[in-house]
Design a protein around this ligand. Sequence first.
Ligand SMILES: Cc1cc2nc3c(=O)[nH]c(=O)nc-3n(C[C@H](O)[C@H](O)[C@H](O)COP(=O)(O)OP(=O)(O)OC[C@H]3O[C@@H](n4cnc5c(N)ncnc54)[C@H](O)[C@@H]3O)c2cc1C
Length: 388
Amino acid sequence: MRHQVCIIGGGPSGLLLCLLLRRAGVDAIVLEQRSRAYVLGRIRAGVLEQGLVDILHHAGVGQRLAAEGFVHDGTLIVAHGRRVHIDFKALTGKTVTIYGQTEVTRDLYDALDAMGAPVLHEAEGVTIHGAETDAPYVTFTRGGQAQRIDCDYIAGCDGFHGVSRRTIPEALRQEFEHVYPFGWLGILSETPPLHHELVYAGHERGFALCSMRNANLSRHYLQVPLTDRVEDWTDETFWAELRRRLPPDLAEVLVTGPSIEKSIAPLRSFISEPMSWGRLFLAGDAAHIVPPTGAKGLNLAASDVWYLSQALIAQYQGDAAPLAGYSAQALARVWKASRFSWSMTRMLHSFPSEGPFLARMQAAEVDYLAGAPAAQTALAENYVGLPY
Ligand SMILES: Cc1cc2nc3c(=O)[nH]c(=O)nc-3n(C[C@H](O)[C@H](O)[C@H](O)COP(=O)(O)OP(=O)(O)OC[C@H]3O[C@@H](n4cnc5c(N)ncnc54)[C@H](O)[C@@H]3O)c2cc1C
């Protein structure tokens, strides 16, 4: 097979990149190691920055999002005895939209299907060859058959555990990592959301987040030690602990119910530089991971994909500069979003091993936030997404 761009990974990054390229007449193919049902079954992000919403409209997949997404003008932070409403709209003129990653993925599949774009699932043993040459190619097996795709460029959109980043020689790669000493236990339940906006709760027993997907589907999280296992947490113990971490008036109105999904995700900040090598370009989780506190993972994947799609389109129109500058351009935004995710995590989680000094610093930070419009504006600007 021959295609102009071979995209490895059929998560949101790979599917969106394929759609943007194909809409611009660039012949792209996606190789995904899992089945479509598996990819669609993964419960992950749900807060979309305006930038991602705009890209989805630009790509022609904004219809269901506009009809079913929930626009949030702000968020509530309850921590250290303070209740701070961050009014995104008043402070920045922008909002965020609640719409599940699963739904984004489904819309992307539908659009790719409608245009007959090739998305090959269950592609095993994907291997990148000659990325540093002018004739790269990718090999894999599918249905027991060895296959090869020759291409001009390879996009590594295969997430943190994929092969693309590791194809860049170690000597040319620099990795920056911070692993947090806890994880998030998340449950999905068919219950109404706690509040009309997301509630971030900082508590001495640990952080909690009350989020949602729609009017009768809630996503709640608890900070838990890394040693905890999902089996350690019954639904009852989860709800009881969540109530303890919320202010009494919110705990009282929390509606509980059986969980339909429950999982623990470790938290880490990770960035790999550079995001390109020869004709291989990384995008999304393949190059960086953020803790979910600032809801940046999916949104950063989107900004990478936007930069990369525009750079590849320009390349085919004879302008090589954007593709040459892709890594530096994407990394500048990645570092700023990672700083924000790290600072939100730092402000709201409990770090028992760091003693009372940090706890007092966190209380002072929330106190400052509560009284300083400038600090609220800075938080809001980052939360709704830095421009790109
Ligand atoms: C448990 C969990 C919860 C999360 N919650 C949030 C949240 O609340 N808010 C938020 O903003 N972000 C969240 N994130 C992060 C967000 O989901 C990711 O940033 C986003 O999925 C990145 O998209 P991606 O396409 O770059 O990577 P992925 O979604 O990881 O997709 C990569 C794809 O590549 C495929 N793949 C991997 N290796 C290969 C290979 N060798 N060959 C072919 N295909 C391969 C994978 O199967 C996968 O489909 C969460 C992530 C996880 C893991």
